[in-house]
Design a protein around this ligand. Structure first.
Ligand SMILES: CC(C)(COP(=O)(O)OP(=O)(O)OC[C@H]1O[C@@H](n2cnc3c(N)ncnc32)[C@H](O)[C@@H]1OP(=O)(O)O)[C@@H](O)C(=O)NCCC(=O)NCCS
Length: 397
């Protein structure tokens, strides 16, 4: 296929919408009759359907989800990418590669410096500059171990009027994490209505208002003896008392629920509260990050308070020439300035920069993987500047 005939944009007219539904249904094994409601849900949440047209018809689909991501206490604009699918007969011909290149140009053109996705396959996304940058773990906890008996804080069901307070609690927690989302309606809808179900929300109140909340669904795992599994689509506690109250609440399900599952990162303070290690942690995905605008991305994130130092980078990027070349990252007490030029002491591809930026791998680990070259001083400076909690995401998109 001649790539010069490729066109990227929103689907137009009934014929293209039907093509999107057909491609997504076949790509993800979803029944065709569920596709129109899926499309409406995506658009209602602010997701943007985008197609690649080649030879006059739709060859591939994607969904762009504008959000933000918290890095070093700063919110950095980010567009999540999901729903990548290529019509079966058009696979293996570079179609998805051209779709991704066009999508990334589109996102960069909006002035957004980051993009994140969950890869079903890595080579495709590496080819366009994404790299592993954070985890999504499944945390599976035995309910019988949640015997905190902490009921001093009030716990009650969430009501619609509570949502602004809940969103505020989430944001206060997320901004102290690495890589958590600044959620829009698309992600909140996945919290409250996972797979079309309604999740039950409960919140904990202290004298200063809401201190934590969770959303849960229950699934029968053994209809004969009524055994259940609890699945949390969100769990946030701003205070230790709220954390214990929420864990006690989950413990109150122990008569029929054996396990509770939530998703997050490897360093979850709620697991630290447990008396015994009555849980299992499983890696579901390493999500991938694309740095679309090197100076803007480096400048927009926060760095550890009190950190200062200068790092001279030489970046390679085959897709965006603007990212190619030398940059100096100068950090003064946690705030960054970036300028072009410098000595290029640390040489790396824009892919590797994603793993460094996020703190997913240390500069030493990246050097051992053969992904960057640097002198000792640059390695030490980069280790200090990009140090932080392990980057993680509870949310899937
Ligand atoms: C995954 C998927 C999007 C890939 O689509 P695709 O159009 O076949 O992807 P590409 O052609 O760009 O790349 C696939 C392979 O074809 C090869 N290829 C063949 N001709 C090519 C060309 N002219 N240019 C580039 N690559 C070409 C590539 O090398 C690539 O192999 P590699 O990834 O092992 O390196 C498609 O298989 C799909 O829709 N799958 C189901 C849904 C899914 O998994 N979506 C991803 C969710 S994250």
């Amino acid at each position: 296929m001649d790539p010069t005939t490729s066109q990227f944009g929103p689907p137009e007219g009934e014929r293209e919408l039907a093509a999107v539904e057909d491609i997504v249904s076949q790509a993800f094994g979803m029944p065709l009759e569920e596709m129109t409601p899926w499309r409406q849900k995506v658009e209602a949440g602010g997701g943007q359907l985008r197609v690649l047209r080649e030879g006059g018809s739709v060859a591939a689909t994607s969904v762009l989800i504008p959000m933000g991501q918290w890095w070093g206490g700063h919110q950095v604009p980010m567009v999540g990418i999901g729903g990548v699918g290529v019509a079966p007969a058009r696979r293996g011909q570079g179609t998805a590669t051209r779709l991704m290149q066009a999508a990334l140009r589109d996102i960069r053109g909006r002035g957004v410096p980051l993009s994140v996705l969950y890869p079903a396959t890595q080579p495709l996304y590496r080819r366009v500059g994404f790299e592993q940058a954070g985890s999504r773990f499944e945390l599976r906890v035995q309910v019988s171990g949640l015997d905190f008996h902490e009921r001093s804080l009030k716990l009650r069901p969430v009501e619609p009027a509570d949502l602004p307070a809940l969103h505020d609690v989430y944001r206060r927690y997320a901004q102290r994490q690495q890589g958590w989302l600044e959620r829009g309606p698309y992600i909140w809808n996945r919290v409250t209505h996972p797979r079309g179900e309604v999740a039950y929300g409960y919140l904990v109140e202290g004298v200063n208002g809401v201190e934590g909340y969770l959303y849960l669904t229950r699934r029968l795992i053994s209809p004969r003896d009524l055994l259940q599994e609890l699945s949390l689509t969100d769990l946030v506690a701003l205070t230790p008392a709220a954390a214990r109250r929420l864990l006690s609440f989950i413990g109150d399900h122990a008569s029929l629920a054996r396990e509770v599952v939530w998703r997050g990162g490897p360093a979850d303070p709620l697991l630290f509260l447990l008396r015994e290690q009555t849980y299992q942690v499983k890696s579901l995905f390493q999500w991938m990050l694309r740095i679309l605008d090197v100076p803007a991305a480096l400048q927009a994130r926060g760095y550890a308070a009190g950190q200062s130092g200068a790092l001279h980078l030489e970046v390679e990027d085959d897709l965006f020439p603007e990212n190619q070349g030398r940059f100096v990252l100068e950090v003064e007490n946690g705030e960054a300035e970036v300028r072009a030029g410098g000595d290029g002491d640390m040489k790396l591809h824009v892919r590797t920069l994603a793993s460094l930026y996020s703190g997913f791998l240390s500069p030493d680990a990246l050097r051992f993987a053969g992904a960057l070259e640097a002198d000792e001083l640059s390695l030490r400076t980069a280790s200090a500047l990009f140090a932080g909690a392990p980057p993680a995401l509870p949310d899937m998109f």
